[in-house]
Each structure stands twice: as C-alpha cells, then as structure tokens.
Design a protein around this ligand. Structure first.
Ligand code: HEC
Length: 467
C-alpha cells in the first residue's frame, strides 16, 4: 500500500520538476535571443539546482521501483540492469575525467616554454586533432582580465565518484554476504563490513590530507609517507574483505582521494585564484602549490585505479594467497609506467624506470602462476569421468542452461557445464577458477567443493587433461 502512495506522490512531484526545468530552458533561450544575457545567466545558475533535483528524483524513482519488485522473480534482474546502467555512467565519467587529466598532464609536459613566448605566458602548444588546428597558451599566473566564459573541469570527477559509490553499494553492500565478506578471511556481519567499508574511505582521506598538509616540505619524505599509506590500505583491506572486494576497495580508496582532492583542495584553490585575479590581486602561491601536490599524487594513482577496475576479470590476482602483495606490486609497476610516461612527455630520457616497472609486473605474473600438484598426492590416471562428476556436483547448480540454484536463474557469465564437451572445452577456465584462484564455487564455496577435488582437477590437468 505504502509503495502505491509513494509512486503517486513521486509521479506528481517529478512531473512538476521536469516541466519547470523545461520552462526555464525556454526562458533562457528567449532571454538570450533578446540579448538580456545577465538575466539569462542568473536563471542558468538556478537551473543547475533543477538538474540536481531531476537526478535526486530519478534515484527516488528507482528506489520506489525496487519496493515493487522486492522479493519477486524480477529482483535480481532489477539489480543486473541497475548495475549495468550505473557501471556505464561510471566508466563514461571516469574516461572523461582521466582523459582530461591525461590531456592536461601532457599539455603541461609538452608546452613550448622557449620559442616566441610572450612575457606573461608560461608556454604554448600547437596541436592538430579531428581535422582542426588548435593553439593553447598557458599563463604564468592569470590573465589581466578573467574571461567571462571560463571552463572548469570538476563535474567529471564528482560524478565519477558518486556513480562509483553507487556501484559499490549495488554490487557489494546489497550482496555483502556473497561479495564483500569471506568468512575464511574474517567472519563479520554485513552491517559491520559496510561500516568498515565506508569509514575506511573517510579515515583514508583524513590521513592522506594530513600527510599532504604536514609533510609537504620534502618531496622524498612526502612520497615515502604517501606510498606507505597506500600500501597499508592495500594490506588492510585484504585482512577484512574477500579478495575481490579488497581490490575494489583499494580502487575506491584511491578514487576517493583523487575526487576529494578535486573537491576540497584543487577547485576551492582555483576559486580563490579567480577571485583574487578579478580584484587585480596576485593569487596566493600556496594555493597553486597545494593543488600541484594533489595533482602529483592523482597522476600516479590513475593507472593503479584503472587496473583495479578491471581486476574483477582476473581472479588469479585477487584470488592469490598474498593478494595484497600482488596488488602492491601491480600498483608499483603501473605507477612506474606512469612515471616513465611523464618523463617521456617532458622530453627526459630515462633508462631504468620502464625496465624496472616491467620487471615488477613480470614478477607479479610469476607470483600468481599456478603451483603444480604434489605428485605423491595424485592418483595414477585421473579420468575425465571423475572430473565430470566433480563439475556436475559442484558447479552445474549455477553453470547450466537450467540452473537449479535459488539465486542464479541464468548461467553466470554464460558459462554452462551441461555436456562433456562444454566441460572439456572450458577446462582452462575451470582450472583457473577452481584450482589457481579457488574463488569458485561462488558464494564462499556454496556447494562445498573439497580440497581433494581441487587437487584432482590439478592432477588431471598436469597429466595432460586426457579425455
Ligand atoms: C552458486 C553459484 C555458482 C557455483 C556453484 C559456481 N559458480 Fe562459477 N560463477 C558464478 C557467478 C555468479 C559467476 C560470475 C561472477 C564472477 O565472475 O565471479 C561465475 C563465474 C565463473 C567463471 C568465470 C567466467 C568468465 O567469464 O570468466 C568461471 C570459469 C566459473 N564461474 C567456474 C566455476 C566452476 C569451475 C565451478 C565449480 C567448481 C563454479 N563456477 C561454481 C556462480 C557459481
């Protein structure tokens, strides 16, 4: 009953908001046509609030829809599409954000600072892209007059973080017992796990912020402190969450630092710079320095965060016994690659950075490699029939054209083990998930696969997987 009432209220309120936004759009157009730009701009500002209301309204709408579908056969389908939609939004904003960030780092590194540069400029750059020629100038401080239309890059960061947090909630908070918690790591209640998750992001930011504020005098000490903090979190998450959730949380932690840098330091600093320039004052150099420091760490966080975002597809990494060490290694390696790219864009040649980064990454591939079975534990000839029986018992509940599981009504990721051919053709993936990373059977070994069964598969694969 309550959901019907909510639905009616929502339809009425949402229609009002959308109509009002539409009307505002019209008046802005009309005012611009009349040449009344000032008034048009005032309305434009208030219109942003209406857009925010539309977003909030849409979220409420989705919540109300959930009330209708809760407990029905459509509930998991609802979450699948919610996941899909939010993920798409998240990667779209993420690409826009990281893309802009890469572009500006490149611009900064590649600026021509010597030839034909006017006194007030730090440098300039000619570029050709998409069939057009572009010419960009960077000012040493600020132009004499701040232009009316100044583009700010900030919403990409905010929306990436917001959509990322929604995704974290949809995938990990709503299914905490299957995805977030691994009783073999730490047996905690979903509510405890979610509390740890949220507070870790806040505490992480506070610690990072303090390091930036207190240890910024010496770049070596600063870099060591930040690195130690980042590694501490990589280790910590592995002590409380499932391997997969630990990785995503590490990404969420770095992403939170990056977005919070934009929100709390970089943009406010830029606002003060613009305000000073408008009054004809010199901007406070501390603002520029603080922003520079934050951008410096953000730059090195980008590749590790991107790795974490795809890490879900690579169970040999998060499924390793020392998954936190693998994560630290990959973070170091990818940050090293970024360091090399930075140097290259500046035209500095380095001999060692890239090879060291590659060696570290190779080391991680080596570390996550499968271990051969102990031969004394293998029976002479493991037959395919035995393997088939194990898979039928432990996997086919979910991985079938007609799953009998309560939750999984469609074969997860399209993987089906109904026929001997299907099992045989997918043996490498079976080996990867059931032996190397051991993160199948899903849901904390829901079907109770034994270590002996995993060893059997290992032995069979080592005997050349006879059919
Ligand atoms: C309780 C249901 C369930 C059981 C039982 C189960 N799985 Fe899965 N499986 C899933 C889900 C859900 C996913 C998708 C999520 C993921 O990739 O972690 C998945 C994904 C996979 C994938 C990844 C496919 C890809 O796209 O890379 C493989 C391989 C796999 N399972 C193998 C197995 C094997 C082997 C077993 C038995 C030892 C097994 N599963 C038992 C639910 C199950």
């Amino acid at each position: 009953m309550i959901e019907v009432f909510l639905l009616i209220a929502w339809v009425v309120i949402f229609t009002v908001i959308v109509t009002a936004t539409y009307k505002l759009n019209h008046s802005i157009k009309a005012l611009n046509a009349k040449g009344d730009y000032e008034k048009a701009e005032t309305i434009q500002t208030s219109q942003n609030w209406f857009y925010a209301l539309i977003v909030v309204g849409s979220v409420c709408g989705i919540g109300i829809l959930y009330l209708f579908l809760k407990g029905s056969i459509y509930e998991s389908h609802f979450f699948e599409w919610l996941n899909l939609t939010v993920r798409l939004i998240h990667i779209t904003f993420g690409i826009a954000w990281i893309g802009a960030s890469f572009y500006f780092v490149f611009l900064e590194n590649a600026l021509n600072r010597t030839e034909n540069v006017r006194d007030e400029l730090a440098g300039n750059l000619w570029a050709v892209h998409g069939g057009g020629f572009y010419y960009v100038e960077k000012y040493k401080l600020a132009p004499k007059e701040i232009p009316k239309h100044l583009h700010w890059f900030k919403y990409e960061a905010y929306f990436t973080w917001l959509s990322g947090f929604c995704l974290l909630s949809i995938v990990y908070y709503f299914n905490a017992s299957s995805y977030l918690i691994d009783p073999e790591v730490l047996d905690i209640l979903p509510s405890t796990a979610i509390t740890i998750s949220i507070s870790s992001l806040i505490i992480g930011w506070v610690l990072y912020d303090q390091i930036c504020k207190r240890l910024n005098k010496n770049k070596t000490i600063f870099t060591i402190a930040i690195t130690a903090l980042v590694f501490l979190f990589a280790w910590f998450y592995a002590q409380v969450f499932s391997g997969r959730a630990a990785y995503i949380h590490f990404g969420a932690f770095l992403g939170t630092l990056m977005a919070a840098n934009v929100f709390f330091t970089i943009i406010p600093g830029q606002k003060r710079m613009v305000a000073a320039a408008k009054k004809g004052l010199l901007p406070n150099p501390e603002d520029g320095k603080a922003a520079g420091l934050r951008s410096y760490t953000n730059n090195y966080f980008t590749l590790p965060v991107l790795f974490v975002m795809i890490s879900n597809h690579f169970p040999s990494t998060f499924g390793n016994t020392y998954q936190w060490l693998v994560l630290i290694g990959i973070t170091l390696g990818t940050a090293g690659v970024k360091h090399y790219l930075n140097l290259r864009e500046k035209g500095e040649l380095s001999v060692w950075v890239m090879p060291i980064a590659v060696v570290i990454l190779f080391g991680m591939a080596f570390m996550t490699a499968p271990t051969p079975p102990k031969y004394e534990n293998c029976q002479e000839n493991v037959s395919f029939t035995e393997i088939q029986a194990i898979i039928n018992n432990r996997c086919a509940v979910c991985h079938s054209a007609n799953p009998t599981d309560d939750v999984w009504k469609v074969a997860p990721n399209g993987i089906k083990y109904d026929t001997p051919e299907q099992i045989y053709n997918l043996k490498d993936k079976i080996f990867q998930r059931a032996v190397v990373s051991k993160n199948m059977p899903f849901n904390n070994n829901q079907t109770g696969m034994t270590q002996e069964e995993r060893d059997m598969i290992n032995c069979w694969m080592n005997q050349g997987a006879p059919k």
